[in-house]
Ligand binder design. Structure first.
Ligand code: CAA
Length: 241
């Protein structure tokens, strides 16, 4: 049976590229999304990927959504925690909604998604968990105290979960994309993007979603079992850690 992969935020941006790449590898892919029904319907029609709507910031919705996927397709073998949002602003002006919104969606979602699937992966002796963190979780970013905190938290979570499950056939890894040409990055003020960000990228361009998807395919493979707790950077050389 083809392995079952779930990609959160899997109908747009980096997630859409990941869903397509995993499907091309022969996985049975379920993509979750939060609110954009139109984009999800279009993505489903174009790709044939199953789509499911729920909020990854809500534990109970994750439990019931993952239960539905298990019933429809099968238990999850590959989980890609990709869903993420930004609510940028300088910290001295940041509201509780900006802080908690980003922490809940970008960090607490990892608990909400991993906890319901981890026991099954341990019982079956196989799992691939890939957390999409960010360059800004590695280096920090002005205007993103909330996002940088969440994405750095994703890295600590990845390493702890990797250690706990290494002897059960489960790998847990993180990918840190740099600035990728998605709606999220293109929402950065144009002058900031052009004057402050692009000059910091040695390859002199934004990344493409497919370039991150390649990393996911690699880490999700059956034969990547010796790689766990790793952080794979895909940032055009912007930082080298
Ligand atoms: N890198 C370097 N300098 C930056 C910067 C950045 N990312 N963002 C802002 N600055 C600089 C500006 O160029 C400006 O400098 P000058 O005064 O010399 O012109 C200064 O900081 C103040 O910026 P603003 O005038 O824009 O101030 P503001 O209060 O109106 O807005 C802000 C502040 C909300 C931080 C806004 O600048 C902004 O949204 N910046 C982008 C922040 C960012 O990089 N977000 C990443 C989003 S993409 C993402 O998160 C995906 C991922 O994982 C990489």
């Amino acid at each position: 049976m083809a392995r079952v992969a779930v990609v959160t935020g899997g109908t747009r941006g980096i997630g859409a590229a990941v869903s397509k790449a995993l499907k091309a590898e022969g996985r049975q892919v379920a993509a979750t999304y939060h609110s954009n029904d139109e984009a999800a319907a279009k993505f489903k029609a174009e790709t044939g990927v199953h789509v499911y709507k729920w909020n990854v910031a809500d534990y109970n919705e994750c439990v019931s959504g993952l239960g539905k996927i298990a019933a429809d397709i099968g238990p999850v073998d590959i989980l890609v925690n990709n869903a993420g949002i930004t609510k940028d602003g300088m910290f001295h002006k940041m509201t509780p909604d900006q802080w908690y919104g980003v922490i809940n969606t970008n960090l607490n979602s990892l608990f909400n998604m991993c906890r319901p699937v981890i026991e099954g992966m341990r019982e079956r002796g196989f799992g691939r968990i890939i957390n999409i963190s960010s360059i800004n979780g590695q280096k920090g970013q002005m205007g993103q105290a909330n996002y940088s905190a969440a994405k750095a938290g994703d890295l600590g979570f990845t390493k702890a979960l990797a250690q706990e499950n290494a002897n059960k056939g489960i790998t847990v890894n993180a990918i840190c994309p740099g600035y990728i040409a998605t709606e999220m990055v293109l929402a950065v003020p144009k002058d900031v993007l052009e004057k402050a960000i692009l000059p910091q990228i040695p390859v002199r361009r934004l990344g493409q979603p497919e370039e991150v998807a390649r990393c996911v395919v690699f880490l999700a493979s059956d034969d990547s079992g010796f790689i766990t707790g790793a952080t794979l950077s895909a940032n055009g050389g912007q930082i080298m850690v």
